[in-house]
Design a protein around this ligand. Sequence first.
Ligand SMILES: *[C@@H]1O[C@H](CO)[C@@H](O)[C@H](O)[C@H]1NC(C)=O
Length: 292
Amino acid sequence: MRILAAAFLCAVAGVGLAQQPQQPDPCDRKTRVVGDVTYCDRYWECVSGIPQLYDCPNGLVFVGRNRGIAEGCDYPWRGAYCDGKQLANPPISSEHCDWLYGIFGHETSCTRYWTCWNGTATEQFCIGGLLYNEETHACDWPQNVVGCQKHPLCKDDPNANVPLGKSCERYWACQGGYPRLQRCPATLVFDKQSRRCVHPPTADCEVPTTTPPPEGELGGFQGDDNRNFNAPRPQRRRPLPPARDNPLPDEGRFAPDNSLPFRADNRPIGPLQPQGGNIRPPPIPGALPFNN
Ligand SMILES: *[C@@H]1O[C@H](CO)[C@@H](O)[C@H](O)[C@H]1NC(C)=O
């Protein structure tokens, strides 16, 4: 048995030697770091004159010193880093995270996704009517995201304007079933009856007042516009007491959990980049430096 095992090891080693390109020595490099020639999720670093082998954080691949999101490692889909190489490590999965580090689609929603840092998932939202694109791992225009559900907001009429809560200025403009966050031009308010921007007052919105409304009456919006302004600007229009809103029912082909976040800034953004400190695991023990 032992002989068999030894023979097997020799065979594997022989194949390895025959096929692998020579591993460069990180101690010959100015950066003191070099990627492993076999595994794209490993790299060698010269530590006190001795080459040491390291794993990238699980889910990341080596891209070069001082590059990537952590320890010279980055998301594999950002480049062809694994072409002709293998992964040394299998995925370590946790709830919502296929790997400990990465950006992953949401189980039930096209407007949400997960960023994972050391296996801890943080829910993120695509805003302004964008949807999470699993191919680019970023928020994208709906027409670029195949197979995603349209939004319940636009269920009754795929091309209608839909009021946004109690807001007098903002509304959703449905385009082909996908909502985009819009704002009425200055001095106009959104009229829920005609579903257009009109001159106030309307049934729900008064003419602008001279006193600023108290905080937090914008119905779910995070105040974005309160910075960067020194010059006088039009007062927010005070909503009247709320009428009973009938929430749109979710059914059919729409995802049940697909509500849009009410964010006041509607610029397209990519996924947030997780940030963290030193996450490098210890060197892989017993890794043989190169036989040169
Ligand atoms: C990652 O999470 C594990 C357990 O959840 C913890 O033991 C470890 O210290 C964490 N590592 C880092 C670098 O935060």
